[in-house]
Design a protein around this ligand. Structure first.
Ligand SMILES: O=P(O)(O)O[C@@H]1C[C@H](O)[C@@H](CO)O1
Length: 298
């Protein structure tokens, strides 16, 4: 019995499963999304700003994992942002929840089969860069994939060419035009004071980092540390979607043995609430400016 349960849990969902889920969703909504959005911890309010919503609980969607983390509601919301058709994950999946990495990233392939061309990912992260403050928004220009160093990459296993090539390039993972657009929009909206750019490092979690780990990651070139996003980026790029990602710096990573600070999830969610409205405005303005059909070069 134990073996059967284990096998079920580790089942890899292939092209046909993703297609079946995408077709199931498309049969129940007229929205044909061109942008897919993933809400980070405490940032689920973004999904509530969609108009003409058709929402699905994750538990009702075939093959979909379930959200288990506070601050991740577990709803897939279709609708429009300023008239543009979008789909939004109000809640994402993390390695520390116990899911195999291919299941964490399954929604990216479903996005692709729904017709999504551009993915916007958000996350909460700890600031390693000493110039960053809590509440800063970091446009991600690159990443360090620590689980990937240890062989935990969602693209491991048989490659299905219908999604993408065996060895996808990642030096252009984060679309430069979209980064530029976000900077410009941020300036227009008066967010210049808290808009930054930098390198995001993913770890497995759920424990927050030790002081020595934070110091090491900073020395290795990371500006922020978190527990998500990179796996989704790999799979989204593999199947040719454009990617934009940002981190909300919800806490300062502790780098100093004299510090009394302690990272905690409540602070993460609280910072998310404080910046929610500005993040929503930044993302919705980006969505209105994203061109359709410019994503077939990857
Ligand atoms: O989904 P994200 O990356 O925003 O969630 C971060 C990482 C952990 O899940 C959690 C820690 O507070 O927030």
């Amino acid at each position: 019995l134990f073996l059967v349960a284990e096998t079920g849990f580790h089942r890899i969902y292939g092209y046909d499963d993703c297609k079946a889920t995408a077709d199931w969703l498309l049969a129940q909504t007229d929205v044909r999304p061109i942008v897919g959005i993933v809400c980070g911890s405490g940032m689920g309010g973004l999904a509530d700003t969609l108009k003409n919503q058709v929402a699905f609980s994750y538990e009702d969607i075939p093959h979909f994992p379930q959200s288990t983390v506070h601050g991740h509601a577990g709803r897939l919301v279709f609708g429009t942002l300023k008239g543009r058709p979008c789909v939004c994950m109000q809640g994402r999946f993390h390695l520390y929840e116990g899911y195999p990495i291919q299941k964490i990233t399954l929604p990216m392939r479903i996005f692709k089969l729904l017709g999504v061309e551009t993915v916007i990912l958000t996350n909460a992260a700890g600031g390693l860069n000493q110039d960053f403050k809590v509440g800063d928004v970091m446009i991600i220009k690159d990443h360090l994939n620590v689980p990937g160093f240890a062989g935990n990459n969602p693209l491991s296993g048989p490659n299905d060419e219908r999604f993408g090539v065996r060895f996808p390039c990642m030096s252009d993972a984060y679309d430069r035009e979209l980064q530029q657009m976000a900077m410009e929009i941020g300036q227009e909206l008066g967010y210049g004071d808290f808009l930054r750019e930098g390198v995001y490092c993913v770890l497995g979690g759920p424990s927050f980092e030790t002081i020595a780990e934070c110091r090491m990651l900073h020395r290795l070139g990371a500006d922020a540390v978190g527990m998500s996003t990179v796996h989704e980026v790999l799979v989204a790029r593999h199947c040719g979607m454009r990617v934009f990602a940002l981190s909300l710096i919800t806490n300062q990573a502790v780098m100093d043995y004299d510090s009394e600070e302690k990272a905690n999830h409540e602070e993460v969610l609280q910072t998310g609430k404080q910046r929610a409205e500005q993040l929503e405005r930044l993302v919705s303005t980006m969505v209105t400016r994203i061109e359709q059909n410019n994503n077939n070069d990857a």
